[in-house]
Design a protein around this ligand. Structure first.
Ligand code: 1CP
Length: 349
């Protein structure tokens, strides 16, 4: 069983020789080879130049042999293609040129398929270049932000380091529900198109990051986020697994599963087996080691990984990952210990 077969089997709850492994944000700052390349290129150049994006995508695969590669990009490329540019500045993080805070701003956003395809043309190119180097033995994952999480950034006009508290999307929903709805409709179309472009370019699976799920009150989560995810999933080919990662909404896992996704990515603060046992048997889970674990001793990470694997024994459909992105402070040898613990584990059903 090669890595791609193993990944796709786990995503569809079939038998595997061992659980597959990849790490959220594996293509990024914890790798010295990423930092070296980044020293010579602004972040956005790395995202928009296909040969650079493909190179960064391959870096963690070369070093660790993960079962899946995730294309190097960002969730903010979609708002940008819709007409809201962003920059990443040292010290102040993500900043967007303006906030989407009025009817005029929402109206000016484009969700036109051809426009998006043209503005995002670098990404299918990066995927094809990556596939040429990756081969067919490993899985390639495409991704997008969820409409809710993107709306959080767009309404705020920036990220955490720029002072965002991610309350403005919710305020828009409360104070101008019609406007919020129009924004979500446009986002839903744009995200669906973006994921289709990636699938057409050879992505084996796609992940929807609902990273800011927890900024939505749980009683509104279905209405403000999941209904749009469901619409996106129903517009995608059903032979390509969709992973929904929503940190902090684990109590609503059955509702997340009802969107039609095949895999739920769960945050680090829940018991993965307990959540999995409450889900239909054809829904796989992904996660959920604590990212901080990889900043510490290799032996501790090895033990935590073995414990996670043991807890998932007998439950088909587990993709090993962290519960959130790997931190820039992760230790290389501790990541290696995680890889070894997973590789030495045995068959799953
Ligand atoms: O060199 C640098 O300083 C750039 C740091 C960086 C990186 C490596 C950013 C800016 N984006 C990325 C790549 C990235 N972003 C990937 C690559 C593929 C991978 O290896 O996983 C992915 C999947 C993302 C997705 C992303 N971007 C999310 C969702 C994932 C998550 O962690 O929940 C979010 C919230 C973003 C926004 C973003 N992009 C970058 C930063 C610093 C941020 C956070 C902004 C904030 O503070 O709110």
């Amino acid at each position: 069983m090669n890595s791609r077969e193993r990944f796709l089997a786990a995503a569809t709850c079939q038998a595997v020789d061992r659980p597959p492994l990849w790490i959220m944000r594996q293509a990024g700052r914890f790798l010295p080879e990423y930092r070296a390349l980044r020293a010579g290129h602004p972040f956005k150049e790395m995202v928009t130049r296909p040969e650079l994006a493909a190179e960064v995508t391959m870096q963690p695969i070369r070093r660790y042999g993960f079962d899946a590669a995730i294309i190097f990009s960002d969730i903010l490329v979609v708002p940008e293609a819709m007409g809201q540019p962003y920059t990443l500045n040292e010290g102040e993080g993500i900043r967007m040129d303006f906030a989407v805070d009025s009817a005029a701003r929402v109206d000016a956003l484009s969700a036109d398929r051809d426009t998006l395809q043209e503005r995002l043309a670098y990404l299918p190119k990066a995927l094809r270049l990556t596939r040429a180097e990756l081969g067919r033995e490993r899985a390639l994952i495409g991704f997008a932000g969820s409409p809710w999480t993107l709306a959080c950034y767009m309404a705020e006009g920036g990220g955490r380091a720029a002072g965002a508290t991610f309350q403005k999307a919710l305020a828009m929903h409360r104070e101008a529900p019609g406007l919020f709805h129009t924004l979500m409709e446009k986002l839903c179309e744009a995200v669906a198109a973006h994921l289709r472009f990636q699938i057409e370019a050879g992505a084996d699976a796609v992940q929807i990051f609902d990273s800011w799920a927890a900024f939505c009150p749980p009683e509104l989560y279905g209405e403000l986020s999941l209904r749009w995810v469901k619409e996106i999933v129903s517009s995608l080919p059903d032979n390509v697994p969709v992973i929904l990662f929503a940190k902090g909404m684990e109590t609503l896992a059955p509702d997340m599963a009802a969107t039609g996704v095949r895999v739920l990515g769960l945050g680090p603060d829940c018991e993965l087996r307990k959540i999995a046992d409450g889900l239909p048997a054809n829904i796989a889970v992904q996660g959920n080691l604590a990212p901080e674990l990889l900043d510490g001793e290799p032996e501790k990470a090895r033990m935590a990984t073995e414990q996670l694997l043991l807890s998932m024994q007998g439950r088909p459909g587990h993709i090993v990952n962290l519960g959130h992105g790997i931190r820039p402070t992760a230790r290389l040898e501790t990541v290696q210990a995680l890889v070894e613990a997973v590789c030495m584990s045995g068959p799953r059903l």
